[in-house]
Design a protein around this ligand. Sequence first.
Ligand code: AMP
Length: 407
Amino acid sequence: MKVLVINAGSSSLKYQLYDMRDESVLASGRVERIGMDSSIVTHEPADKPEVRDVSEILDHVTAVKKVIDMLTHAEYGAVATMDEIQAVGHRVVHGGEVFNSSTLVTPEVKLEIRRLFDLAPLHNPAHMMGITAVEANMPGVPQAVVFDTAFHQSMPNTSYLYPIPQVLYRRHKVRRYGFHGTSHQYVSQQGAELLGKPLKSLKMVTAHIGNGASCTAILDGKSFDTSMGMTPLEGLMMGTRSGDLDPAIVPFVMNKEELTLNEVNSMLNKHSGMLAISGISSDMREVTEAMEEGDRNAKLAFDMYTYRVRKYIGAYAAAMNGIDVLLFTAGVGENSSALRKAVCDGITFLGIELDEEKNAKRSKEARVISTEASRVKVLVVPTNEELLIARDTYTLVQAQAAGETNV
Ligand code: AMP
């Protein structure tokens, strides 16, 4: 079966086509600047050169049509006809309390995703446009949705409730949801496989450190706690997000600086974090380079960033009454040996001993980077959210064909 994975944003749409027989990627690409005058499609077929196309793509329906044209193109396509694509899987950021696993798209599921627009106003409406655009272009092809929040629905209420008046939870569902769930789930499974142990037997902290960043405590194979909250702003310091801070800062700063709600929201989400402290960039590569050249603000940003990762790992080791595995993933976690060293060298008391040579080695493979003697195994596992979306979609469609409905 060939499965198309789509991640639809408000003005962009990323795609990957998988052959599920061997989970190989037949083609991938992205449509950018949807709704603007010159939209760009970058199409990357496996084993063929990349193709770029600039044209007017005014909406998601046209974007999906363009993707299908690319995938079925005689010269640089990946399939002969559209009929070969037998299922489509979508990334959906927010599944609220309704979705604790991936599911096939039905009219009821679409209604629930619409009901969640309030909780993810920037993301869920765009995902819905992706779903309806596939319906318009590929009628009858089954679609599945895979939620960033679903993996964290296993959190106990001690982890997910905020200590504020509970009328806000009852009326508006103000609670912690967590994000990056697809990534935390995928890498934890891969990590357990690498160690040859059942995931259920391991107390694991997964550190997804990319532009956005979150740590998850995984107990009994399930998410027990995670650092992002009702929105992705809570938790670790990130590229441009502040992460945890005293909430009283918000009214204080609004008052002093005469900021609107939108302005303070934008300040904390887009102009804070590593960008604000370094004054240079939100990009870890640039901050690390500046730090190595002696820039003091870049060093402060790096030190604050890694300090906060250490604090969360320590907190989660306490929350689970132990830790067996610490796992790094995503852009920074997979590539920055400096970050992994700074984090691990400060928490040796937990039984973490990094193998300097293994940590410094660059590789795209999942690997162990702790010493043989280290009580806690430290892993680097490349994340692959698209593959997990393709797998869930495949499983759901197969189960439906066999008369079942859920994975
Ligand atoms: P992601 O959001 O997972 O794509 O991660 C993006 C982040 O990964 C950016 O801050 C990049 O600077 C960072 N990153 C990518 N490659 C490296 C690298 N070799 N060293 C340090 N950071 C990196």
